[in-house]
Design a binder for this molecule. Structure first.
Ligand SMILES: NC(=O)c1ccc[n+]([C@@H]2O[C@H](COP(=O)([O-])OP(=O)(O)OC[C@H]3O[C@@H](n4cnc5c(N)ncnc54)[C@H](OP(=O)(O)O)[C@@H]3O)[C@@H](O)[C@H]2O)c1
Length: 250
């Protein structure tokens, strides 16, 4: 793979496992210095870093709760110190538990819990990286959404609502930041099995996927790389489904 992100600094939130880990690996393979953010699992985050470094890439693990102002401020300061640069590519990927709850079961706090991850965290992080991006008149903000917004998945309105809100801010920020050379896009994965899905039955979901296979984390890594690289440089405000066509009929 050509090293077309050489000299760029990327921050991937929630990169100790799951999709974030693979997004980090892909961006590092393309030459970016990657900040592997995590909340709790330092060992997993260090494993991601070790893998990248053993492959000839550059990465550093930095703890930080993306929902917390002080924590985000510390995360960005440490990232800039460690990389001697500012963030060029921000990937808002981190997520917490998103329980399946009926309307009767839901309380307002369940909605706020999801907004913390998919609206508050992107806001805090974007505000923190904007000065550097505006100075350079360049930057990529990539929000990881979900196909659930299109599917309108039942009994999951807490998660669906917050991902829909993330789409709204993606489009508004794209308009607001375009004149600074900063693009803002959203990638909507389908069901992509990661560690937390171990043992789950995927056969019913798979029957509805036109491309006839489950997605793999690399599918998301590749799409993030495309949007982060020069190849995706004229794309902003878009919402891109990466789900084998699972939402084609909608
Ligand atoms: N996998 C899928 O099928 C799928 C489908 C559609 C959309 N998505 C979206 O893709 C993104 C990644 O999903 P995933 O399945 O890879 O998730 P995951 O396996 O549950 O990983 C979540 C990551 O977020 C981190 N995290 C949790 N709380 C955090 C906090 N407060 N601050 C910073 N980091 C925090 C975790 O770190 P620790 O390990 O340190 O706790 C972990 O690295 C999410 O936005 C999700 O909504 C995933």
């Amino acid at each position: 793979m050509p090293h077309h992100l050489n000299g760029k600094v990327a921050l991937v939130t929630g990169a100790s496992r799951g999709l974030g880990k693979h997004i980090s690996k892909t961006l590092a393979e393309a030459g970016a210095i990657v900040i592997v953010n995590y909340a709790n699992n330092q060992e997993n985050a260090q494993n991601t870093v070790n893998f990248i470094v053993s492959d000839g890439g550059k990465a550093v693990a930095i703890q930080g709760d993306v929902r917390d102002e002080a924590s985000v401020e510390r995360l960005i300061k440490q990232a800039e110190k460690e990389t001697e640069g500012s963030i060029d590519i921000l990937v808002n990927n981190a997520a917490g538990p998103h329980p399946v709850l009926s309307i009767e079961e839901l309380v307002w706090q369940d909605y706020l819990d999801q907004l913390d991850f998919f609206v508050k965290a992107p806001l805090l992080l974007t505000k923190a990286v904007l000065p550097g991006m505006k100075r350079k008149m360049a930057g990529r903000i990539i929000n990881i959404g979900s196909e659930v917004v299109q599917l309108g998945t039942p009994n999951h309105s807490n998660y669906v609502m917050a991902k829909a809100a993330q789409l709204g801010l993606t489009r508004s920020w794209a308009n607001e930041l375009g004149s600074f050379g900063i693009s803002v896009n959203m990638i909507n994965p389908g069901f992509i099995p990661v560690e937390r899905h171990e043992g789950e039955d995927m056969s019913e979901y798979l029957r509805g996927v036109p491309l006839g296979r489950m997605g793999v984390p690399q599918d998301i890594g590749n799409t993030v790389l495309f949007l982060a690289s020069d190849a995706g440089g004229f794309i902003t405000g878009q919402s891109l489904s990466v789900n084998g066509g699972n939402t084609l009929g909608i």
